[in-house]
Design a binder for this molecule. Structure first.
Ligand SMILES: [Cu+2]
Length: 273
């Protein structure tokens, strides 16, 4: 964890510059998201699942659990920039004489593939249906920390990100067969392997699924040492930190309001790009 040491003189200078009038209540964007994964209609899916995302700066931990799907590899993606929803039955078309929703059919609802949730290596759209690097089996318990770009994080925070788990045993044969013909999305695969099985829209989690250690604000000699809040993985500990800062301020002769203003400035100054 990165630590930044601020001598008292610098702190005092900032305090004078900021003044107690510039206390800003931060409304940090949410960093914890979750989705309930429901069967995609018409695709003959009986499974279920959950997904959770924890954004820590550029690194996002993705956790997905499924059960009841075919015991086979399942392509899993973060889709963005569609309607921010899962396809309903009206998205179904006829595939090899069968009514079903292909990956392409659902794209208007859930958007394009932005992140391929592989187990190793590349996570870009080129790996969308790299089934040899996808989670496999039943149940699936997937967890990986992946670098998301700013556009993806923005889409997630804007409610336009959807988790889709692909691969359905449409005919009940126990394997990916040709019941729906060849895939429109990866022609070397059967459509059953690429059709969406489970889908869920990511929404801000009510409670962080993985609370991290509180931001550590402690007096240290004549200065204050503040652990970089963004690298601690959570912005949900502000109250505790302010309380700690109050004690620190009191011992250093600052008003709490001044301390909060300075603390907010330091948080911004410390924030990772
Ligand atoms: Cu997908």
């Amino acid at each position: 964890m990165k630590k930044v040491f601020y001598p008292l003189a610098a702190l005092a200078a900032i305090a004078v510059t900021a003044g107690p009038g510039s206390v800003v209540a931060e409304s940090a964007a949410p960093t914890a998201f979750q989705a309930t994964l429901n069967p995609v209609p018409t695709n003959h899916v009986n499974g279920s699942g959950t997904a959770s995302l924890q954004i820590n700066g550029a690194q996002t931990q993705v956790t997905i659990h499924t059960m009841g799907l075919l015991n086979a590899p399942h392509a899993m993606h973060v889709h963005i920039d569609g309607q921010g929803k899962c396809p309903d039955e009206s998205f179904a078309k006829t595939h090899n004489g069968q009514k079903a929703i292909s990956a392409t059919d659902g794209a208007t609802a859930y958007g394009e593939i932005m992140v391929a949730l592989t187990t190793t290596g590349d996570t870009g759209p080129d790996s969308a249906f790299a089934l040899d690097r996808m989670a496999s089996g039943d149940p699936i318990n997937y967890s990986r920390t992946i670098t998301f770009d700013a556009h993806t994080i923005s889409a997630i925070q804007g409610g336009k990100a959807v988790i889709v788990v692909h691969g359905t045993d449409y005919s009940g044969s126990g394997k990916y067969d040709n019941a729906l013909g060849a895939s429109e999305d990866a022609p070397h695969l059967p459509q059953t392997a690429t059709a969406p099985a489970l889908c869920g829209v990511l929404t801000a989690a009510a409670v962080s699924p993985s609370p991290s250690a509180p931001v550590d604000t402690t007096t240290s000699g004549q200065g204050i040492t503040i652990n970089n809040p963004s690298s601690s993985g959570s912005s949900s500990n502000s109250t505790l930190s302010v309380a700690a800062l109050s004690v620190a301020c009191a011992s250093l002769g600052f008003s709490v309001a001044t301390g909060i203003a300075v603390w907010n400035l330091l948080r911004r100054a410390n924030r990772q790009p």
